[in-house]
Design a protein around this ligand. Structure first.
Ligand code: NAD
Ligand code: WQD
Length: 338
């Protein structure tokens, strides 16, 4: 298939583009490079032995998207492009609603004009909010807790309405849990700008000497070791979930929702210990106050993805840390020249 990947130079996008190229698909990427480097796609081309086309454009620019659809005739879209920092979304909500929600509307309008009605969308476990018990099941009522999460919820609503309006639409809403790790080659991985918001990139930067120590946000939660539990998923497993979802919606019309997670909760201290094991050296940390907005524990029920897609996670927390560490050690400054 010819596939348009928005946000394809980013962390999850670059790994998915590689998986798509390896599966024999042709890929055109649209990315405005606001949070990524074209070097990621160059390396994906090296690993795959063939290139994806990169078009530097903003998804809010409908004219630019129309040109991409006319010139490249994609048959399906995988839509990663978006802003994703929860704290920043509270500070600048309009930027988040415009970029994520208006950007998606612009993409969908352009898709309609070109008769392309197959889309896989990057949603998030964050849409389950604070009232649902774990494991989260796709049928639960959702209710995000912050502007970032609400952009995901609103986009899910828009896509559901679109699916209801015309049976030609084929829509996959993928709710990712906590993606970590990197391609086992160590050539592509997550390259956060500034201070990392997320746990594993922060631990990795402490391990490589870019930061002094990890602050563990809260040691007094009602969990086995007092720290929060999350469902971590290796980014390569996640990338494969997209190919599986695309295959499913090619055969089945309508709107489908799947959790992409492992079904297991891992604590902050367990993740820290697994990373220390991967590095082979102690990684300094300190228990710090809780971070506002954190839930104590959540994880996926991944049964629907297994039943419908034949997909489940294959990689352990140890592999996530080993691969993340290989990427960080080989690329201490990410894609910037060392
Ligand atoms: P990322 O920031 O690495 O990738 C997003 C890409 O989109 C970047 O390359 C960025 O330059 C691009 N982009 C942003 N706005 C754009 C616009 N207006 N036009 C064109 N390109 C634009 O993030 P990621 O971790 O790879 O996440 C990919 C998607 O998955 C996002 O939608 C994110 O919300 C979602 N998601 C991520 C996580 C996570 O923890 N990483 C979890 C759940 C969902
Ligand atoms: C994991 C655990 C922290 C950093 C976020 C978004 C969510 C989704 C994934 C996009 C928590 C603790 C973290 C640190 C720490 N993104 N922690 N010290 O919060 O589960 O999810 O990313 O959709 O929407 O909210 O992930 O990696 O930030 O945190 O102790 O320096 O690690 O408190 O318990 P989170 P995270």
């Amino acid at each position: 298939m010819r596939i348009l990947v928005t946000g394809g130079t980013g962390y999850i996008g670059s790994h998915t583009v590689l998986t798509l190229l390896e599966a024999g698909h042709d890929v055109v990427v649209v990315d405005n490079l606001v949070n990524s480097s074209p070097e990621a796609l160059r390396r994906v081309g090296e690993l795959a032995g063939r290139e994806a086309v990169l078009v530097e454009a903003d998804i809010t620019d409908e004219a630019a998207l129309d040109t991409v659809f006319s010139e490249h005739s994609p048959e399906a879209v995988i839509h990663f492009a978006g802003l994703k920092a929860v704290g920043e979304s509270v500070q600048i909500p309009l930027d988040y609603y415009f970029n994520n929600v208006a950007g998606t509307i612009s993409l969908l309008r352009s898709m309609e004009r070109h008769g392309v009605r197959t889309i896989v969308f990057s949603s998030s476990a964050t849409v389950y909010g604070e009232h649902n018990p774990s494991p989260y099941v796709e049928s639960m009522e959702i209710g995000a807790m912050n502007p970032y999460g609400r952009t995901k919820e609103q986009i899910e609503d828009i896509l559901s309405d679109l699916g209801a309006s015309n049976p030609d639409w084929r829509i996959a809403l993928l709710r990712y849990f906590n993606p970590v790790g990197a391609h086992p080659s160590g050539r592509i991985g997550e390259d956060p700008q500034g201070i990392p918001n997320n746990l594993v990139p922060f631990i990795a930067q402490v391990a490589v000497g870019r930061r002094e120590k990890l602050m563990v946000f809260g040691g007094d939660y009602d969990t086995p070791d007092g720290t929060c539990l999350r469902d971590y998923i290796h980014v390569v497993d996640l990338a494969e979930g997209h190919v599986a979802a695309l295959g499913y919606i090619a055969e089945h019309g309508g709107v489908h929702r799947w959790n992409l997670g492992s079904g297991t909760g891992t604590s902050v201290l367990e993740m820290h210990a697994a990373f220390e094991k991967a590095v082979g050296e102690p990684i300094p940390y300190e228990i710090a106050p809780r971070r506002a907005g954190d839930l104590p524990a959540f994880w996926a029920d991944p049964a629907a993805a297994l039943a419908d897609l034949g997909w489940s996670t294959t990689k352990t927390v140890d592999e996530m840390c080993q691969d993340h560490w290989r990427w960080q050690k080989d690329n201490p400054k990410g894609y910037s020249p060392a």
